[in-house]
Design a protein around this ligand. Sequence first.
Ligand code: DX5
Ligand code: ZN
Length: 226
Amino acid sequence: MARRIKIAPSILSARFDRLGEQVVEATKAGADMLHIDIMDGHFVPNLTMGPAVVQSIRPLTKVPFDAHLMVTRPQELVKAFADAGVDDLTVHVESEHDVSTTLKRIVDAGVKPGLVINPATPFEKVAPYLADVDLLLVMTVHPGFAGQAFREDVVPKIREARAYIDREELDCELQVDGGIKVDTAPIVAAAGADILVSGSGIFPDRIGENLRAIRTAAEKALKPRR
Ligand code: DX5
Ligand code: ZN
């Protein structure tokens, strides 16, 4: 049986004047989770949404909320986003924090912990923490903005992460984020990704059509596993 690929639409590319409507549309189209990009204007040069936005869209869908914290001090925001109703919180290994302490704080808040790695950071930096996370997110763009070009040079790192997770038999899903569209989805699926994040590949128009096309393209690239 081929693996099932999960699709996580990133609401950063949704129309913010119709955010609720677009969240519902993505849910109905079969989104496996919603990816929520939190940027603080410091860790990355862009500013997005806070807990109030998360809280306001939480009642609209039962789909898990996957929050990606692109902030300098993620440890200080864990409680606010947990209270707002996120299901997982993914923090950058490059942020200014003690990674293990932040991961523990996330677990203590009743949320699943995830770890993110930037294109320039080697896999070795996250490997020591993978037994403690439910999710590893490999960035295929430098974080900060939707709509950037997919970085093919990161593909070996996706393969490296897949091999490590399988070899160590870790209960950790492998997520990829940045420039995922119909043409790049098969590349990351073949490299071993479990969850594909897509912003501008799905929003703001023809949400269902785009989501299904990305899923189909990704699943076609998978060889049946023995
Ligand atoms: C980039 C964000 C991504 C972004 C993806 O910093 O982390 O989640 O929204 O957007 P696309 O799919 O357009 O690259
Ligand atoms: Zn993201």
